[in-house]
Design a protein around this ligand. Structure first.
Ligand SMILES: O=C(O)CC[C@@H]1NC(=O)NC1=O
Ligand SMILES: [Fe+3]
Length: 400
């Protein structure tokens, strides 16, 4: 058992969605959970003998959650970064066999140990900013063995570091060259058969797909989602990133945890997401890297009451970003989200986007995953560019 004293706790107002910080309070952590919150003077006797760490009036938020990442991959795409600067477009690079497929080649060639070794520095950068939960997708194998290899590495990250990992099966990310003229065969023999095998090995927490002109159609993704439902797996979708194919609406109708990217999301998709409670995961790192000009419909999502989450989308092509604080700053400056919305986007709403209902909010009974900051105002977390004011990270009730 551990007490945190003199702590200003970030609490969200359910109605306004606005964050405030409490007066200096005491928070009790027991068995990895938040056991009690209140004024020191009212501390129950049963907690009185427990060690107490005085936080000196520092602000405490829930541990940050990165709810959308491709952080396990082989190689890098610096050369393509250069190509884009020389005028090539993202879709042009993808159609020329670059993009995702060039990372596939490197990921297939890499063994588990080297994939783990190359991912850990990126994960450590996130943990240094107070991240306590991280979603990691497959999607750079596009064959069963490599897709499973990626998710085994994702699971090992959760053993090597004090962070909770949620894994996502994203074999429906791109069509590999060996199936270029057999889309149905790829979906049947790799995406769906591989999902069965990976699920049987306990490697999958959710299933995702890329619904886009350069990837898979609504109908193809629906097949994948129907199979996920048969296995009892929740779904999420890369949707409306480069065009409006109605992916978000289809995902919402499948009860998706989230629809992600959403620059080209229209009224039908927004309505379907509001009706199903599907979280809108916005990815400003990809918007920024690809120099996208179509903004996601933040005001329409606000008006419809669709919860908005934020994530790094950490991947070697469209979002080589390993900072959730910078993600928050981008969302504020580029998408005009408020500091409160940005904080909710990487805590409460991010937890919903990966189906982890017991975190992302400081409340009794929730996991004691917390971030302690050297800031005087919560807005500093999205205001600053490239500065990390983290004082300490608490994972499962222990200083990590
Ligand atoms: O470029 C890559 O490697 C992944 C790009 C990433 N995947 C996806 O479905 N959309 C993206 O932006
Ligand atoms: Fe992504």
């Amino acid at each position: 058992m551990q007490l945190l004293g003199n702590a200003k706790l970030a609490v969200i107002d359910g109605k306004s969605g606005h964050y405030t910080v409490t007066d200096p309070s005491t928070l009790v952590m027991e068995g990895g959970r938040i056991a009690w919150i209140g004024d020191a003077a009212a501390l129950p006797k049963r907690f009185a003998a427990a060690p107490c760490r005085d936080l000196g009036g520092r602000i405490v938020t829930p541990g940050l959650i990165d709810c959308h990442s491709h952080i396990v991959f082989g190689g890098d795409r610096a050369r393509e970064f250069e190509m884009r600067l020389e005028g090539a477009g993202y879709e042009e690079i993808a159609r020329a066999g670059g993009g995702i497929l060039s990372t596939v080649k490197h990921t297939r060639e890499a063994d588990e140990a080297s994939l783990l070794a190359s991912a850990l520095p990126r994960v450590d950068a996130l943990l240094a900013e107070g991240v306590t939960a991280l979603e990691i997708k497959s999607g750079y194998g596009l064959d069963i063995e490599t897709e499973m290899k990626m998710l085994r590495v994702a699971r090992r990250i959760g053993q090597e570091r004090r962070v909770s990992i949620r894994t996502t099966w994203l074999a429906a990310h791109a069509l590999p060259p060996e199936y270029s003229d057999d889309r149905a065969g790829y979906l049947r023999d790799v995406v769906i058969k591989g999902m069965d095998r990976a699920h049987a090995e306990g490697l999958i927490d959710a299933v995702d797909g890329f619904c886009e002109g350069i990837a898979f159609t609504q109908g193809e993704i629906a097949q994948v989602f129907d199979h996920a439902a048969r296995l009892g797996l929740p779904v999420k979708l890369h949707a409306e990133q480069l065009s409006d194919l109605g992916g978000a609406a289809m995902a919402a109708k499948h009860g998706a945890l989230s629809a992600d990217h959403l620059e080209y999301l229209g009224a039908d998709g927004i309505g379907a997401m509001a009706a199903s409670g599907t979280v809108a995961v916005l990815l400003p790192g990809a918007f920024y890297t690809l120099r996208e000009t179509q903004l996601p419909p933040v005001q329409a999502l606000r008006d419809a009451g669709v919860p908005m989450a934020l994530a790094t989308d950490c991947n070697p092509g469209s979002s080589p970003l390993s900072s959730l604080l910078l993600t928050m700053n981008m969302a504020a400056t580029l998408f005009r989200m408020t500091p409160s919305e940005c904080l909710a986007g990487v805590t409460a709403h991010a937890a919903r986007a990966i189906g982890m209902g017991d975190r992302g909010v400081i409340a009794v009974g929730n996991r004691a995953d917390l971030a302690i900051w050297d800031i005087t105002h919560l807005a500093e977390l999205s205001y600053r560019i490239g500065f990390n004011p983290l004082h300490a990270r608490i994972y499962g009730g222990e200083f990590a």
